[in-house]
Design a protein around this ligand. Structure first.
Ligand SMILES: [Zn+2]
Length: 534
């Protein structure tokens, strides 16, 4: 159903086919009012690169316009129609039935159609939310026999709102039914209230329970600030009218947040719409024209952010993009903590290897699936040479791959001169402030061979490494002698104390040298090492 081209985190660059063409994902789908559009669909297609849009079938059914949807909107791309469920959420009632709206969407020959579900909304009690899940499922089942054989892609809505267990049940049940696209409902209020942590819960509870090969839609997500996050969580397409609604209130979208036109003193954007005016001229435009220009700006910004996200996925650097947005709002930081608790799920979908080096630029970078994956691998890791009884702990070199770094090469060459057989009995573990223990034989694998880590040891991973050592020595009890070559900075002092404690407890013979890895320094410590282990 969906052809996946690139993956990163839970995101994918993919494509699927509607009867009107190909939809490339991730895609932002602008909401177009069926009778009073701000930007014509035709312009959206040609000038804004919007190959898919969404309009409201319910509003259209109540209007005077008749005919096929592509003719009414004059749009050559793919058209998705919503059913009136949004009106149900806002006004509490709609004057149509589930079957009427199915039939209407078939008559207008939409490409992607949504059943008349019951949105949970952000304020529902548990019982109310449960009702929306059950009633939506009942309508989803009933819809199948009412649908005519056609090439319309039907959307199965997932409800449950802020109750992850209900969202999970809803997703499990709906994915047993015949739908082409699954759509996650009720994120709008969470986003308006900046409850991004709950948004992460909502999306992951759904994603965990739907087939990987179907496109996933998120209803009502239109602020570019959260695009990288929702795409990283696996939402392929998402729709919103925010670009137009914000414009009506003189509000300007940006990838970092929202601004009011009145507050802006200097030209702020070079998009085709903004660049026609100075900021003073823009403020002087009559209201209708100003709304139009701002809506165009907002749509350009949304589309540009999608392009940036696509590039990041291609490069395997979506995490960095999400991370770079954190400073825009504290609620995004809460969302990152939520991501952290789902590392294992995210890791499973992330590529094993990437072309670009892994960057560590902040403590958030530690949560990347590649770091998690390595640390998981080290749990219960068995040495490939069980006959070795000496363990060499080598402080992390300044370049990767560690085994060919100048520090390690210099050390190895000098040891070989004095004791050619040394490495037959000694196993090397590098100590990285990011990955923890790194066995020599793994240093060729991504990202251990390709990573950029700040040289100033600013991260405190001490407890993690001590735990890893404990578990490593329990899996590999043959190591009776441990030789440590640590750096000379203060960071190593407290770590050394904890190593001594641990090795004493485990009755291991521990010898320590500190070194700056210069020839002179190694010349002094190597004879000591060789004599002690002979
Ligand atoms: Zn602009």
């Amino acid at each position: 159903m969906i052809e996946i081209i690139h993956k990163d985190l839970l995101a994918r660059i993919a494509r699927f086919r509607t009867k009107s063409g190909i939809v490339d994902t991730p895609a932002f789908i602008p909401v177009v009012h069926p009778t009073k559009e701000l930007i014509t669909p035709k312009r959206m297609y040609h000038e804004f690169d919007c190959k898919i849009l969404i309009t409201n079938a319910y509003l259209l059914s109540k209007s005077q316009k008749k005919g096929k949807i592509h003719d009414i909107l004059d749009f050559p791309g793919s058209i998705m129609t919503d059913s009136g469920a949004y009106q149900l959420l806002i006004y509490g009632d709609v004057s149509t039935t589930p079957n009427q709206i199915i039939q209407f969407q078939e008559e207008i020959e939409t490409d992607i159609a949504v059943i008349l579900d019951i949105p949970t909304g952000g304020k529902a009690t548990y019982n109310e939310a449960q009702f929306t899940v059950e009633e939506t499922l009942r309508r989803a089942k009933a819809s199948i026999s009412h649908r005519k054989e056609s090439d319309i892609l039907w959307v199965g809505p997932i409800q449950g709102g802020t109750y992850p267990d209900l969202v999970a049940t809803s997703a499990q049940q709906i994915s047993k039914l015949d739908f082409s696209i699954y759509a996650i409902g009720s994120p709008t209020q969470l986003m308006e209230q900046y409850q991004f942590n709950k948004l992460v819960d909502l999306i992951l509870s759904a994603k965990n329970n739907i087939p990987f090969d179907k496109p996933v839609h998120l209803f009502g997500a239109g602020h570019p600030l959260i695009f990288p996050l929702i795409v990283a969580l696996g939402c392929d397409i998402f729709d919103s009218a925010a670009y137009a609604l914000f414009a009506k209130h003189d509000r300007i979208l940006s990838a970092e947040g929202t601004y009011r036109l009145a507050e802006i003193q200097d030209e702020f954007c070079t998009c085709p719409s903004c660049s026609q005016y100075t900021i003073a001229e823009m403020k002087q435009l009559e209201k209708k024209k100003r709304v139009q220009v701002l809506a165009e700006h907002n749509l350009h910004i949304c589309q540009n952010e999608i392009k940036r996200i696509r590039q990041a996925i291609r490069e395997g650097r979506l995490w960095r993009l999400v991370e770079s947005r954190l400073s825009s709002h504290p609620a995004l930081v809460d969302a990152m903590y939520k991501l952290h608790s789902s590392q294992s799920f995210i890791e499973q979908s992330s590529p094993i290897t990437k072309k670009r080096a892994l960057y560590i630029t902040s403590s958030w970078s530690f949560l990347q699936p590649e770091v998690y994956r390595h640390r998981k691998r080290i749990e219960n890791y068995s040495s490939p040479e069980p006959r070795r009884n000496t363990l060499l702990l080598f402080s992390v070199p300044t370049s990767s791959p560690y085994h060919s770094s100048k520090e390690y090469e210099r050390f190895r060459n000098q040891v070989r001169k004095v004791a050619p057989d040394y490495f037959k009995s000694a196993e090397t573990l590098f100590i990285s402030p990011v990955f923890g223990l790194v066995p020599l034989e793994l240093t060729n694998y991504y990202p251990l061979a390709q990573n950029m880590v700040p040289q100033n040891d600013i991260f405190n991973l001490e407890s993690v490494i001590i735990e890893q050592l404990k578990s490593y020595l329990s899996t590999n009890p043959q190591f009776t002698r441990i030789y440590g070559i640590f750096g000379q900075s203060d960071n190593w002092k407290s770590f050394t104390r904890r190593c001594r404690q641990l090795f004493k407890q485990l009755k291991k013979n521990f010898i320590l040298s500190t070194s700056d890895f210069s020839k002179e320094s190694l010349n002094t410590i190597i004879p000591k090492l060789i004599s002690k282990i002979k």
